[in-house]
Design a protein around this ligand. Structure first.
Ligand SMILES: Nc1nc2c(ncn2[C@@H]2O[C@H](COP(=O)(O)OP(=O)(O)OP(=O)(O)O)[C@@H](O)[C@H]2O)c(=O)[nH]1
Ligand SMILES: [Mg+2]
Length: 449
C-alpha cells in the first residue's frame, strides 16, 4: 500500500463497535458484526468458548443467564480481518426480537457501542486495509443496481485504480529522487542535467497514460449514475403510455386529452444490464396555458442534456424533425390503431421502430435498439479506471503538474511540480489531505458496512 500501516486516527478509536450488517428484519438469518479490541471479550461474555479463528461454529448465545438464540459464530482476529481489528460475526435468526435482544446485550458491555454508518469500512481504511478508491468501489458495489454497475464497482473495489495510482506514484517518486540527488551534487564533476534528462521521457509518458485514462472518464461517471433517456413528442403521441409499459406500472397519468403530462416523470430501469433513467415529458406544442408552457420548456431543457431521445409520433401521421441534437430513435406509436382506421396509412419511412404500447407489439425491438445503444456507449466505460469526478480532478491535477515538470526550466521548480503531481495521487488514494473527504465518502455507506 502507498500509505503506512496505520493512519493515525485509527489508533485513537478504542471502542468496539457492533451493528446489524444484514438487511432489515424479519429475515431467515441476521448477521451481527463486531469490530474492535474487545471483540474477544464480547464473545466470551456471550458464548461458552471461543471458536477457532475463521471457522464457523455453532454456539448457544446467552446473556445474564438467558439464552438469546443459537448462532453460527465466526471469530476473525486482526490484523488479517476486513477492518484490520479483531472482528466477529454472529449469524442469528433474523427475527426482530432476536436481533433486538442481542443488540441490547452488546450495548450494555463496557467499551461497546453501536457502529455509525460506514464505520467498519472507515476502520479498514484507517488501518490501511483499503485505500480510498477501494472504499468508493465498495460503496458502489453495495449501491449497484445493474450488472454493468456491479462489474464496474467490483473492478474498483478490487483495487484497479489503486494499483495504477501506486505505480504512477512510484515512478514520480523515483524521478524526484533522481533530481534531488542531482541538485545535491550539482557542484561536483558531473555535467548538470545528465541524470535528470533521462527521467523526462518517462514523466511525459506518464502524463500521456493519465490522459488516456481521463479520456474514458465521462462515460464511466455516467455509467455509475445511469444514462438518461428522454421521451419526447407532440401531445397525445403515447409518451406516457410508453413510459408505463416499459416501467410495467402505472406511473404517469394517461388520458385521451392532449396536454395531460406537464411535469417531468422519471423511472429507473435496467435495460440490458445498464442503469437508465427514463423521463416522460409534456407534449411539445405552442401551449395555451402557463402551466403547460412551463412543462414544454422543461421537456426541451431535459431533452437537450439527455444521452438519448425517443422521438415519438403516431405511426399514421407525418413525424416532424426533432428539436434536439442528442442521438434519437424515431418511434412510431399506436400501430394497433392503424388496423382499425385503414384511411391512415403507415408512414414507415418516418420511423426507426414501430410500437403499440397497447398490445406490446414492437416493445422488444425498441428495447433491443436501446440495449445496443447503451452497450456501444458504456461497454468501454466498464474498464475505465476512473468512475467519479473526484478521481478525475485528482488525475487532472497530477497530469498537469507532470506536464509542467517536463518543461525546461530551473531544476528546483521542476522538482516542485513533480512533488505536486505525487501529492495529487496521494489525495486520490487517501494518503494525504483526507480528513475533510472522509466524512463525505463514508456518509454513502449504510450502517453495518
Ligand atoms: N390504440 C392505442 N392508443 C394508444 C396507444 N398508446 C397511447 N394510446 C392512447 O393515446 C392517448 C394519449 O396517450 P398518452 O400516453 O397520454 O399520450 P402522451 O403523449 O403522454 O400525451 P400528453 O401527455 O398529453 O402529451 C390515450 O388515450 C392513450 O390510451 C397505443 O399503443 N394504441
Ligand atoms: Mg403524457
Amino acid at each position: 500500500m502507498v500509505q503506512g500501516a496505520t493512519r493515525g486516527r485509527g489508533m485513537m478509536e478504542r471502542n468496539t463497535i457492533f451493528a446489524l450488517s444484514s438487511g432489515p428484519p424479519p429475515a431467515g438469518v441476521a448477521v451481527i458484526r463486531l469490530s474492535g479490541p474487545k471483540t474477544r471479550f464480547g464473545l466470551e461474555t456471550l458464548i461458552d468458548s471461543i471458536p477457532e479463528p475463521r471457522r464457523a461454529t455453532l454456539r448457544s448465545v446467552r446473556f445474564r443467564g438467558t439464552e438469546i438464540d443459537r448462532a453460527l459464530i465466526i471469530y476473525m482476529p486482526g490484523p488479517a480481518s476486513f477492518s484490520g481489528e479483531d472482528m466477529a460475526e454472529l449469524h442469528i435468526h433474523g427475527g426482530r426480537a432476536v436481533i433486538a435482544a442481542l443488540l441490547d446485550a452488546l450495548g450494555t458491555l463496557s467499551g461497546f457501542r453501536a457502529a455509525e454508518s460506514g464505520e467498519f469500512t472507515r476502520r479498514a481504511f484507517l488501518n490501511g486495509r483499503l485505500d480510498l478508491t477501494e472504499v468508493e468501489g465498495m460503496a458502489d458495489l453495495i449501491a449497484a443496481e445493474t450488472e454493468a454497475q456491479r462489474r464496474q464497482a467490483l473492478r474498483q473495489a478490487d483495487g484497479t485504480l489503486r494499483k495504477a495510482a501506486e505505480s504512477w506514484r512510484e515512478r514520480l517518486v523515483r524521478a524526484r529522487a533522481l533530481i534531488e540527488a542531482e541538485l545535491d551534487f550539482a557542484d561536483e564533476e558531473d555535467v548538470p542535467g545528465a541524470v535528470s534528462d533521462r527521467i523526462w521521457p518517462d514523466v511525459s509518458n506518464l502524463a500521456e497514460e493519465i490522459s488516456v485514462a481521463l479520456a474514458g472518464a465521462d462515460p464511466a461517471e455516467r455509467l455509475r449514475d445511469g444514462a438518461e433517456i428522454v421521451i419526447l413528442g407532440p401531445p397525445n403521441a403515447g409518451k406516457s403510455t410508453l413510459l408505463n409499459a416499459l416501467a410495467r406500472r402505472e406511473v404517469a397519468i394517461v388520458t385521451p386529452e392532449p396536454g395531460t403530462t406537464r411535469d417531468l416523470i422519471e423511472v429507473r430501469l435496467d435495460i440490458g444490464g445498464y442503469p437508465v433513467t427514463l423521463v416522460d415529458t409534456a407534449g411539445l406544442r405552442d401551449a395555451a396555458g402557463a402551466v403547460e408552457a412551463e412543462g414544454v420548456r422543461r421537456a426541451e431543457k431535459r431533452a437537450a442534456s439527455a444521452d438519448f431521445v425517443l422521438w415519438l409520433g403516431e405511426a399514421g401521421s407525418p413525424l416532424p424533425a426533432p428539436p434536439v441534437a442528442a442521438p434519437i430513435l424515431r418511434v412510431g406509436t399506436k400501430t394497433d390503431a392503424l388496423d382499425s382506421s385503414p384511411q391512415r396509412a403507415l408512414r414507415r419511412a418516418d420511423f426507426d421502430v414501430l410500437i403499440s404500447a397497447r398490445t406490446g407489439e414492437g416493445l422488444d425491438s425498441l428495447l433491443a435498439r436501446l440495449g445496443d445503444f447503451l452497450r456501444e456507449r458504456f461497454a468501454p466505460a466498464e474498464s475505465s479506471l476512473i468512475t467519479r469526478a473526484r478521481h478525475r480532478s485528482c488525475l487532472i491535477a497530477c497530469r498537469d503538474a507532470a506536464i509542467a515538470a517536463g518543461r525546461p526550466g530551473p531544476l528546483e521548480l521542476r522538482a516542485e511540480e513533480l512533488r505536486r503531481a505525487t501529492d495529487a495521487l496521494g489525495r486520490l488514494v487517501g494518503a494525504v489531505d483526507v480528513d475533510d473527504m472522509l466524512d463525505v465518502i463514508f456518509r454513502e455507506f449504510c450502517i453495518g458496512k
